[in-house]
Write a protein that binds this ligand. Structure first.
Ligand SMILES: [Zn+2]
Length: 80
């Protein structure tokens, strides 16, 4: 794809599309709460632990703040 900035970005883009497809087809279910803090009523984001092209998407559902903590500066303090 020519619109992808980097190969990594492209991979993430594909992975996100895969999540959306899986949700649409019912292969993947979006929980109602964050898998880390348990917050409900928040917009959940899928945090990928693997970007493999085949198989089921691997990762967990996190609210925006937990996702930020996990991927951003707070990474060191994030308990698994
Ligand atoms: Zn959370």
């Amino acid at each position: 794809m020519s619109d992808a900035k980097t190969p990594e970005e492209h991979k993430k883009k594909l992975a996100r599309a895969k999540i959306n497809n899986a949700l649409r087809d019912g292969r993947l279910k979006k929980p109602k709460h964050c898998s880390h803090c348990g917050a409900t009523g928040k917009k959940l984001q899928f945090h990928h632990t693997s970007y493999s092209k085949t198989g089921k998407p691997k990762g967990r559902w996190l609210c925006a703040s937990c996702h930020q903590k996990l991927t951003g500066n707070g990474k060191k303090n994030f308990k698994k």
